[in-house]
Write a protein that binds this ligand. Sequence first.
Ligand code: HMG
Ligand code: MG
Length: 311
Amino acid sequence: MMVNTGDDPGADRVTVVEVGPRDGLQNEKRTIAAATKLELIHRLADCGLPVVEATSFVHPKWVPQLADAEEIMAGLERRSGVAYPVLVPNEKGYDRARAAGVREVAVFTAASEAFNQKNINCSIAESLARIAPVMERARQDGIPVRGYVSCVLGCPYQGKVPLADVIRVSEALLAAGCVEISLGDTIGVGTAGQAREMVRGVSRSVPAEQLAVHFHDTYGQALANILACLENDIRVVDASVAGLGGCPYARGATGNVASEDVVYLLEGLGMDTGVNLDALAETGQWISNELSRPPSRAGQAVFNRTRQKDE
Ligand code: HMG
Ligand code: MG
């Protein structure tokens, strides 16, 4: 299906999954106060984002920035209709998450053996074995699980990643019971043709309705890649406010594609996100100031436009 060109507004709904508070912050060197993280999560939900990934219950030594996961969940003021999933690497993470009141979780692995060893200290097969008891517990508890596949278009350690490996791991997560599979270009190396072939390949065995795409923007290709995926029926897009982010175990990975840029693109295509772009740009401006980093391109332009209107 082709995306429309903007002449038929509201024809199509796209879910933007905001990963800033988790993927965006996990790599920040300076410790960010829990209160700032909570304000970020609350502001993002107030912008109309339907999913705000809140934090990770990984080992605090591996990702010190998110060592306050329990405190974040304790301070979370839920907005109705908003999901606040968290990352869990294993059953221990799942126990911690559930004790903290989490209602949605995400598990993660990669299509690259080398990346998995660096990121979670085990092979792909071992990671799937670790995920199995989490899936079983989640099934019993009625908790939906998203599955992430990293390095779908390249690996910082291994280089090329065969499409067959991406398909195999995606199928395994689907068979394990994940309700959604997020395909991650962890280091942002892919280009639109590769992204198109990748989603076409995976969607032969995983329904497109159950796929999401997760682009980092290292080479500035993320929006083009997202468009290629939209044209191939993908309707869930991960993004991070102000383009925050980078993976601690993916050398050279810059931030995720910026949520503001994605919403601007989708609005231009006449696609409905439910997100208030002006409010999102303001949130992007605020967190960029907090972290002393530049806002995203569209975020800055929308912020300037809104300010001019107000003057
Ligand atoms: P390990 O050292 O192999 O774990 O780490 P272990 O099972 O051997 O246990 C060692 C110790 O850790 C034990 O404690 C466990 O209890 C404890 P001890 O008995 O020695 O006192 N432990 C835990 N403590 C707290 N919470 C836990 C936990 N699990 C074990 N959940 C592990 C394995 C997976 C835990 C570690 O490698 C880890 O936490 N890695 C996290 C890596 C990470 O968060 N990476 C970034 C997220 S992925 C990403 O960003 C990609 C994504 O955005 C998509 C994309 O862009 O591609 C999703
Ligand atoms: Mg990521």
